[in-house]
Write a protein that binds this ligand. Structure first.
Ligand SMILES: Cc1ncc(COP(=O)(O)O)c(C=O)c1O
Length: 412
């Protein structure tokens, strides 16, 4: 049985994202064929930010950095002028170190300390609170006489008819009908409720579920209208989309336009998108080598030297493996099951013929794989960052020494 959902068999569309990723890998292999190694296409990330922003004039794009902490990735996002979305004090610190201005940071989280929240609000960070306990902590830490400020609040999916009401998206945030309590609590403080956020989904291939959640949310916000402590200026629809490669650009543009258009029409508000996987998943590919090719009945099984310790995906991830060598004239693609060096199935998709030693790209590998990587059995791969077709930085993974150090083997 496969651990991961199997990739749909997408054709190798010419000029498409898969071909682009393979081109980058071929370029890197001309200087080194060490495998496995990772390549991150920074231009692809910047381009994805542009696509989302251009969908509607009232969209604000933030990169949900939990999808990949690589510093060059954050630098590439900042260079576009987009913001960043952080989920913890650690991520806040990384965002600040990368040079993001407070006004370009969205701060989400759970169970945060009142003083840290107050410092962020007073610095002009967009803070989405998650619970009444956080709200009370914040009000206490700010005290009387604090300058005017604004907070946002996350709502959960529990009263929105979400099918996963008991899952994390049903738990994190307040039920939407508690927002009136939030507004009443803010009355007389120097804070207003300036935004509503939700994050209910993962890996969606279109905008249907987000739009549905929005349609359910909008009428629930009517009781807040005219409240003296409410001045909504943004709705933050979170993240939750599949990679750009899987969504395709036209569909993504349509999705973001529909959401922002609806929010603009209903509330005259900005739409914040907190894009994680959508921006970084297909910007990273692993260069890998076929170790062996076997037959399982009529299925071809190719074993790669890439391993799941750094391909551990957030649930629902879809990898895709392609041969670096272009198809020969008349050669057809046939189904192959790709298995990693620890025996786990990575994905199954059509591919040209394979033999041991052939180079392949494990595509769509940039989201959550890096932050969830584990130091066991095999060392992690080095990562190269490419901009304008040139390798601009390399993070060496430090081989077996790093595995030893991680497990406290200080001496040999
Ligand atoms: C609040 C919030 N926003 C955005 C994201 C990014 O999600 P995705 O990578 O699915 O776009 C996450 C991920 O868990 C999140 O928790």
């Amino acid at each position: 049985m496969s651990l991961f959902p199997l990739a749909t068999d997408l054709p190798m569309e010419s000029g498409g994202p898969a071909e682009r990723a393979l081109r980058q890998l071929r370029r890197v292999t001309s200087s080194s064929t060490a495998t496995p190694s990772a390549v991150v296409d920074l231009d692809r990330i910047a381009d994805g930010v542009g696509l989302a922003r251009e969908a509607h004039s009232r969209i604000v794009v933030t990169y949900a950095m939990k999808a990949s902490y690589h510093r060059p990735v954050l630098d590439a996002v900042r260079a576009t002028g987009a913001g960043v979305s952080a989920f913890s004090e650690l991520e806040m610190d990384l965002a600040r170190t990368a040079g993001f201005a407070s006004s370009d940071i969205v701060y989400n989280g759970v169970g945060r300390d009142g003083a840290a929240l107050a410092a962020a609000v007073d610095a002009g960070v967009t803070v989405n609170l998650e619970s009444l306990a956080e709200l009370h902590g914040l009000l206490h830490a700010r005290g009387a006489g604090s300058p005017p400020g604004r907070i946002g609040f996350r709502v959960n999916s529990s009263v929105l008819g979400g099918s996963d009401a008991l899952g994390k998206y049903g738990v994190l945030g307040l039920p939407v009908d508690h927002l009136l309590t939030v507004a009443d609590t803010l009355r007389g403080s120097s804070l207003v409720l300036g935004g509503i956020s939700f994050h209910h989904f993962a890996n969606r291939l279109n905008g249907a579920d987000h739009l549905d959640a929005l349609e359910r949310l909008l009428p629930e916000l009517a009781p807040l209208s005219g409240h003296p402590a409410v001045a909504l200026d943004y709705i933050d629809v979170g993240g939750g989309w599949a990679s750009r490669m899987e969504m395709d650009d036209e569909n993504a543009t349509e999705t973001f336009l529909a959401l922002a258009g609806r929010i603009d029409a209903a509330f005259d508000c900005t739409t914040i998108l907190e894009l994680g996987r959508f921006l970084v998943a297909d910007a990273e590919a692993l260069l890998s080598r076929v170790v062996d090719v076997r037959a399982d009945g009529s299925t071809v099984v190719a074993i790669l030297d890439a391993t799941t310790n750094y391909l551990i995906p957030a649930p629902g991830h879809r990898f895709r493996v392609e041969r670096l060598e272009p198809l020969a004239g008349g050669e057809t693609r046939t189904p192959v099951r790709f298995v990693d060096r620890m025996g786990s199935t990575i994905c199954e998709n059509a591919c040209g013929s394979l033999r041991p030693g052939a180079l392949v790209g494990v595509l769509n590998a940039g989201a959550y794989a890096g932050v969830m990587k584990e130091h066991f059995v095999y060392p992690l791969p080095d990562t190269s960052y490419v901009r304008d077709d040139m390798v601009v930085a390399i993070s060496p993974a430090d081989g077996e020494e790093a595995v030893r150090a991680h497990h406290h083997w200080s001496e040999r």
